[in-house]
Design a binder for this molecule. Structure first.
Ligand code: RET
Length: 282
């Protein structure tokens, strides 16, 4: 069916709006394009760098941390290619009550979808570093995935302005679970694992930058639209991504490569020991 001639009003077309139309809008906005291509480049370069850094890593747990972290860059590369190609971008009409109510806004909904893959990998890497137990890791990663999916709902809800914020509130509640683990629980386990110094650095980086995401959402086009530019909102997320993924990953992997023994010795105090009766006769 040709939507242009079918009599379907443009406001109802929303996600059927052709990818080519969305791509044209992105390409015509140099600032917006730059926010995406910068991350395509950084994701690709960082993945290559991390694979290179992995060449001398031999022990199991260190290798696992490398695999999880290299995947962060690869997920990011796919995510940003989804955005620049228009595959995971759509036009949504903001509901009445929103500062841009009635206007069509470019929604980069693919970001939220791919965060459901990248943020669990970040938490997995941090959890392995701190040698947290499997149940804790499962609970925190589940809350994190729920945070991303309800964040996706907040961004895509167009039936009523209030519902956008209801989903935002639920997403924030899940986020508090993640923050609680990072700030209160995991540092204690990192201390026991002998990784507390690097864990503290990465934890601070993660907590500060991750708090930036809901702030960008609230201030940017999706929330109060105090900044009503799609390009600037996109740059907000892109800059946070650079710190939360590539800088984070570089700091983590260079430490792990230098301290393989500490990482390997930590195995057995948390997950592995609890799961393996052979190491724990009681
Ligand atoms: C949203 C809006 C709803 C409320 C909250 C949010 C939090 C998002 C976070 C995202 C972190 C993303 C990262 C991506 C790396 O690839 C969904 C923006 C709380 C914390 C680190």
């Amino acid at each position: 069916m040709n939507l242009a001639t079918s009599g379907v009003p443009p406001t109802r077309v929303l996600f059927q709006a052709g990818q080519s139309e969305v791509v044209t809008r992105i390409q015509n906005d140099a600032l917006l394009s730059a926010s995406l291509w910068t991350n395509v480049a950084l994701a690709g370069i960082s993945a290559l760098l991390f694979v290179y850094m992995a060449r001398s890593v031999e022990t199991n747990r260190a290798r696992l941390i490398f695999v999880a972290t290299i995947l962060i860059s690869l997920v990011s590369l796919s995510s940003y290619l989804g955005l620049v190609s228009g595959l995971t971008v759509g036009l949504i009409e903001m509901p009445a009550g929103h500062a841009l109510g009635g206007e069509e806004v470019l929604s980069q909904w693919g970001r939220y979808l791919t965060w459901t893959l990248s943020t669990p990998l970040i938490l997995l890497a941090l959890g392995l570093l701190a040698d947290v137990d499997g149940v804790d890791l499962f609970a925190v990663i589940s809350a994190d995935i729920a945070m991303c999916l309800t964040g996706l709902a907040a961004a895509l809800t167009t039936s009523a302005y209030g519902y956008r914020w209801v989903f935002y509130g639920i997403s924030s509640a899940f986020f508090l679970v993640v923050l609680y683990a990072l700030v209160a629980k995991w540092p204690v386990q990192a201390e026991a694992a002998g990784t507390s110094d690097i864990f503290a650095t990465l934890r601070t980086l993660t907590v500060v930058l991750w708090i930036g995401y809901p702030v960008v959402w609230a201030v940017g086009v999706e929330g109060f639209a105090l900044v009503d530019s799609t390009a600037l909102t996109s740059w907000g997320y892109s800059i946070l991504d650079i710190g939360a993924k590539y800088v984070f990953a570089y700091l983590l992997l260079s430490w792990v490569a230098r301290n393989e023994r500490t990482v390997e010795e930590a195995t057995g105090r948390g997950t592995a020991r609890a799961a393996s009766p052979a190491q724990d006769p009681q």
